[in-house]
Design a binder for this molecule. Structure first.
Ligand code: SF4
Length: 601
């Protein structure tokens, strides 16, 4: 190992106290300094943290922001989620490839640039978009791609690509990003002014059980989509025995089409941290972790600064709000690029310095979570709601929305709409009303709830957004009349093929079978029996997959099939002679000839 690499590994490991549960941080730092985590570094990490070499190697191969092979000094990660593809990903990718002289996945010979594609970076309101190292570059065109490369060749400083600052805190000296918030409709619960420090001080004047009762009185349910009552979840963790307890904020919104947590973290981080502090107090935790997705790394310094301010004001740290028994602090844990880490048990694995592999439940995290201690994982929006409940009172919160779905919901709306952005709407609003707000015209389909959500056709536009009807974590993508819903469903299945962690067969294999099934239909080679097979595979995945990803990833196929059955039926047909239409005789004989003659493919 070179001296500089050896001393860097020693220094980085020492900076986290040689704690193996900080392996993701160590690997990220080595990647940042050397452009990769080479085999020699893996040896060094193994010796210093006491983690086996295969474990380190497996972790490096798992996360998309880590690599054993050297990457360029500047890595351009082009977002290829469905919205970006609809708005010009292919064109922009070709422009970057031509300018750099490398394909996707390539690195220039001088080691200056790497070009990669990546899943959603939380910028669907700015599509097509990319990350240049940590700097988001938005609203790309082919001209802009060429200008970016030309400029980088001069200074190699991605931050200097930002010429015009975005609105609000995007212009903060510690952020300095071109991103715009696109807050299109603010409501009275989340996207509203609040009294700084008030919610935390009010909680400190109450007992933990009184705080839990207030959250239950407000009827707050988790905003991630599943809608489990937050107060009940907290009670479970409070009652669970444990020498330590943890409160984790899931800021890993990775559903393609979701970006509302980006806006919350940019404009209302103080409220999110207040919610974390109050939740920690309620469950008896002294330690909090904000799990921040790697794609939002550009917000990290700003968020650290907000935490420092709260410490200075006595709203974080020891004896919060002058209450002797109220100690709580928060650290930021960076992710390293893995969609599955949005699943709470996978996220906890990642926090512990492991691959983001989901875990079996039970035990639930509230009983046995981070490092085996009782842990609550709440998402960013849920915690912002907690602060509002304490600040304004449970009644103010629950008078908004419906009986079963109290409060408001933040929606990230993108796709074929005139005004992509973030909307705060009361639960109970119809899809049609939301589409009108976003200036959507001639919409033929809406994907709601991210890729594992549902594809809704026009006959479903009077359905309502709430836990009892269209439950959603917040993503909503509208598709106009020129889009092919089957092609869109295929893109989502491709996404799941990439993002499945591969642990269990139904998910690892099933997503590919479903994608290939849609390929057949789109190519006009499908038969009615193929549609039956799609449904059967989905049923098997639901019944036998290990975690929520595989238990729901088939939804784009099933819901598109349900909403657009006539389109599927028009593309599949039985061969009159009962031959299999998907059987390609020419290709098969070509293959047989190749084998017989021993020729190359
Ligand atoms: Fe991994 Fe998919 Fe199985 Fe979940 S369902 S554990 S993501 S392979």
């Amino acid at each position: 190992m070179s001296t500089s690499l050896e001393s860097a590994v020693a220094e980085v490991c020492a900076s986290v106290g040689n704690d193996p549960s900080r392996l993701v941080d160590v690997a990220r730092e080595i990647q940042a300094r050397f452009g990769c985590v080479p085999a020699e570094a893996i040896d060094g990490i193994h010796l210093r943290l006491g983690v086996s070499r295969p474990t380190v190697r497996s972790l490096v191969s798992f996360y998309s922001f880590l690599s054993e092979e050297p990457k360029g000094r500047v890595v351009i990660r082009l977002c290829d989620d469905p919205v970006d593809r609809l708005f010009g990903y292919e064109r922009v990718q070709r422009a970057f490839s031509q300018e750099l002289g490398i394909p996707i996945g390539g690195t220039t010979a001088d080691g200056a640039f790497s070009l990669e594609r990546t899943a959603c970076i939380g910028m669907s309101d700015h599509a097509p978009a990319a990350l240049v190292n940590e700097t988001p570059v938005t609203d790309l065109s082919t001209d802009k791609a060429r200008e970016i490369v030309a400029e980088l060749r001069v200074h190699m400083s991605p931050e200097r690509l930002v010429k015009k600052l975005g609105d609000g805190n995007n212009g903060h000296p510690l952020v300095r990003s071109m991103v715009r918030n696109h807050i299109r409709q603010a409501g009275p619960i989340v996207l509203t002014e609040h009294h700084h420090g008030e919610a935390t001080r009010k909680a400190a004047a109450m007992s933990p059980n009184e705080v839990i009762r207030a959250v239950k009185a407000a009827r707050l349910r988790g905003r991630g989509g599943a809608g489990f009552p937050t107060g009940i979840k907290w009670e479970m963790a409070r009652a669970a025995p444990g020498a330590r307890k943890f409160l984790v904020c899931n800021a890993d919104e990775g559903e393609p089409g979701t970006f509302k947590d980006r806006v919350l973290l940019t404009e209302f981080p103080d409220r999110v941290f207040a919610g974390m502090t109050i939740a920690g107090y309620a469950i008896g935790a002294r330690e909090g972790i904000l799990y921040l997705r790697a794609e939002y790394g550009y917000l990290r310094r700003f968020l650290e600064d907000v935490l420092a301010q709260r410490r200075a004001e006595g709203l974080l740290g020891r004896s919060i709000a002058a209450r002797h028994s109220f100690d709580f602090d928060i650290r930021i844990q960076m992710g390293a690029g893995a969609y599955v880490c949005g699943e709470e048990t996978a996220l906890l694995s990642s926090c512990e310095g492991l691959r983001g592999d989901p875990r079996n439940r039970p035990p639930f995290p509230a009983q046995k979570g981070f490092l085996g201690f009782p842990t609550i994982v709440n998402n960013v929006e849920t915690l912002a709601c907690v602060a509002r409940i304490l600040d304004a009172g449970p009644a103010t919160f629950s008078e908004y929305g419906t009986k079963q779905s109290a409060g408001s919901k933040l929606l990230s709306i993108s796709g074929d709409v005139g005004m992509a952005g973030v909307y705060e709407v009361p639960f109970g609003v119809t899809l049609r009303e939301v589409l009108a707000l976003a200036d959507s015209r001639e919409t033929q389909a809406v994907q709601i709830g991210g890729p594992s959500g549902r594809m809704i056709g026009p006959e479903g536009f009077d359905r309502t957004i709430c836990y009892d009807d269209l439950a959603t974590g917040g993503a909503m993508v509208a598709f106009g009349p020129d889009r092919n819903p089957i092609e869109i469903a295929r893109m989502y299945m491709e996404f799941f093929e990439d993002e499945s962690c591969g642990y269990c067969t139904p998910c690892r294999v099933g997503n590919g079978i479903l994608r290939r099934g849609l390929d057949k239909v789109l190519a006009g080679r499908g038969e009615p029996s193929d549609l039956v097979q799609l449904e059967e595979v989905a049923r098997t995945m639901k019944a036998t997959s290990r975690c929520g990803l595989g238990q729901t990833s088939f939804n784009p196929v099933l819901t598109t099939l349900a909403s657009f059955r006539p389109l599927f039926d028009s593309l599949v047909k039985e061969d009159p002679k009962k031959f299999r239409r998907s059987f390609d005789l020419e290709a098969s004989t070509r293959e047989a000839a190749r084998i017989r003659t021993g020729g190359a493919r």
